[in-house]
Write a protein that binds this ligand. Structure first.
Ligand code: AMP
Length: 437
C-alpha cells in the first residue's frame, strides 16, 4: 500500500483488515486528528483499469454525493496515489447483518426495524436515481447502535462488472438475492430489481434461511424464475401478503416502493423506532459535512476521475458538494410583516403542512406525514429591513433535502406576487433606496 508505515496521507492510521473483495481490501482506520473510526477501502488502480472499472469509479463517485442517508454508509472522502484509490468510509462497527442471522432467525420486531431501515435507504437512493442492483448480505452492515447501513450503494456498478466477467460467480456462487429478470438478462429496471432483493432479505431475516435455495444452480434459477418458495409456519398473514407482492416474478406487477411504504405490515404500529436522523441533518465532524457549509468551496468544474488519476494524492472533498443542497432560501418582500405571515400560513396550509407561529416573525412549517428522513420541518423567519420591506429566510430544520426543495419550489411562485428573489432584487438594487425614502 502507498502509505508511510501504517499512516495514510498523514491523516489515517491504518489497522486490521476488515474484509476483502475482488478489487478492493477494506481496512479499519482512525482519523488521527479527530479520533474518528473509518473504514478505508483500497482499490488497485492498475487492476481496476485493466478491467475497465476506472470509468465506472469516476461515474459512481459523482453520484455518491447524492446518497447521504443515515442508513447508507457515508463516503467521507476519496484519496489517490499513483497506484491506489482510497475511499474513506463511515465505519460500521457491528459488521455484517447476516453474521447475526447466521446464528438464527430474528424476532419479528427486529426484522421489521431492519426492513424499515433498508427500505428507507433504498427508497432514498431511488429518489435520487441511484439503484443498487446488488443488495446482498455482504452489503448490509450494522453500526455500533444496531442500525442498518447499506454499503457500496454508489459503487454498485463495480459489483455489476464483477458479475460480467464471471468473478462474482466464482467467489460468491449464488444468485440467491437477484431478481428473475436480472438472471434472464433481458434488461431490467434497477428499482424493481432492488425491491425483489429487499424481499429476499426480509424473508431471510424472518426465516433464518433463503427462500430460493438448491444445490443445483439451474434448479435454483428455475425456482427464482417462478418465485417458488414456502413460508415457514411462524410467518404471520400480513407479512406473507407483503412478501408475495414483493417476490412477484413479474417486475411489471411487482409491488412498488411507494406501495411497500403504504403496506399494513410495513406501517404496523411502528413496531420499531426509526434510527436517529440527527447525524445526517446535524453538524458532524466529517470533512464533507464541514465543507458543505462553506460557499467558498463550490465544486470545481472538474472530472473526478481526472483528479484521481493525475494527482499523487488529492482530497476530493469539494466534489461532494452539491449547490442544490443549500439549506436556506431568501426572499425580499415589499409588504408589511403581517401580510407576509398570512401569505406564508396560507401557502403552508395549501401544501398540507402544519403551520405554527413561534416567537415574533418566526413561522414553523411541519409536514403531517413522515418523509424519507423523518418529519420535514421548515422555519420561515421574517427580518425587518424597513417598515414595509422584509427579508424572509426559509430554512430546513429537519427532513429530506429533496422534499424541502419541493416545498421551496411551491413557496416561490406562491410568493412571487409579493416576493423578489435574489436575482430580481439585484436588478432592482438602484430602485430600492429611492423607494425607501
Ligand atoms: P466490500 O469489498 O465492500 O464488499 O467489503 C468487504 C468486507 O469488508 C465487507 O463484507 C465487510 O465485512 C467489510 N466492510 C466493508 N465496508 C465496511 C465498513 N464501512 N465498515 C466496516 N466493515 C466494512
Amino acid at each position: 500500500m502507498d502509505t508511510e508505515g501504517n499512516i495514510l496521507m498523514e491523516k489515517y492510521e491504518l489497522g486490521r483488515l476488515l474484509g476483502q473483495g475482488t478489487f478492493a481490501k477494506v481496512y479499519y482506520a482512525r482519523n488521527m486528528s479527530t479520533g474518528q473510526s473509518v473504514a478505508i477501502k483500497v482499490i488497485d488502480k492498475d487492476k481496476a483499469s485493466r478491467t475497465g472499472l476506472l470509468n465506472q469509479i469516476k461515474r459512481e463517485i459523482s453520484i455518491m454525493k447524492l446518497v447521504r442517508h443515515p442508513n447508507i454508509i457515508h463516503l467521507h472522502e476519496v484519496m489517490a496515489t499513483k497506484s491506489k484509490i482510497y475511499f474513506a468510509l463511515e465505519y460500521a462497527k457491528g459488521g455484517e447483518l447476516f453474521a447475526k442471522v447466521a446464528k438464527g432467525r430474528l424476532k419479528e420486531q427486529t426484522a421489521h426495524k431492519y426492513f424499515h431501515q433498508l427500505i428507507s435507504a433504498v427508497d432514498f437512493c431511488h429518489s435520487r436515481g441511484v439503484y443498487h442492483r446488488d443488495l446482498k448480505p455482504e452489503n448490509i452492515l450494522l453500526d455500533e447502535n444496531e442500525n442498518l447501513k447499506v454499503s457500496d450503494f454508489g459503487l454498485s456498478a463495480l459489483a455489476e462488472s464483477k458479475r460480467q466477467d464471471g468473478l462474482l460467480h466464482t467467489t460468491c456462487g449464488t444468485p440467491a438475492y437477484v431478481a428473475p429478470e436480472v438472471i434472464t438478462m433481458n434488461g431490467y429496471d434497477g428499482d424493481k430489481a432492488d425491491v425483489w432483493s429487499c424481499g429476499v432479505i426480509l424473508f431471510v431475516l424472518l426465516a433464518g434461511y433463503l427462500p430460493f435455495q438448491d444445490s443445483n444452480l439451474f434448479e435454483m434459477y428455475r425456482k427464482i424464475g417462478k418465485s417458488e418458495f414456502k413460508f415457514p409456519h411462524w410467518f404471520q398473514p400480513d407479512v406473507r401478503k407483503l412478501l408475495l407482492r414483493i417476490l412477484d416474478p413479474n417486475p411489471v406487477s411487482r409491488i412498488t416502493m411507494p406501495k411497500i411504504k403504504e403496506n399494513s405490515w410495513f406501517r404496523k404500529g411502528k413496531l420499531s423506532k426509526e434510527p436517529s436522523l440527527d447525524r445526517s441533518s446535524g453538524p458532524s465532524t466529517t470533512s464533507t459535512d464541514h465543507a458543505e457549509n462553506q460557499d467558498s468551496m463550490k465544486p470545481p468544474n472538474m472530472n473526478a476521475f481526472d483528479i484521481i488519476s493525475l494527482s499523487p494524492g488529492f482530497d476530493l472533498t469539494a466534489l461532494f458538494l452539491d449547490p442544490r443542497e443549500k439549506k436556506e432560501a431568501r426572499f425580499t418582500i415589499w409588504q408589511p410583516a403581517s401580510v407576509i405571515l398570512s401569505k406564508l400560513e396560507d401557502l403552508g396550509k395549501r401544501l398540507r403542512m402544519k403551520v405554527s407561529k413561534r416567537e415574533a416573525g418566526l413561522l414553523k412549517l411541519e409536514a403531517i406525514e413522515e418523509g424519507r428522513k423523518g418529519i420535514l420541518s421548515i422555519d420561515a423567519e421574517i427580518f425587518e429591513l424597513t417598515q414595509s420591506f422584509h427579508l424572509v429566510e426559509v430554512k430546513k430544520c429537519n427532513g429530506d433535502t429533496l422534499e424541502y426543495q419541493n416545498v421551496i419550489e411551491h413557496l416561490r411562485p406562491g410568493l412571487q406576487d409579493i416576493a423578489w428573489d435574489e436575482q430580481i432584487q439585484r436588478e432592482h438594487q438602484e430602485v430600492l433606496p429611492r423607494q425607501d425614502k
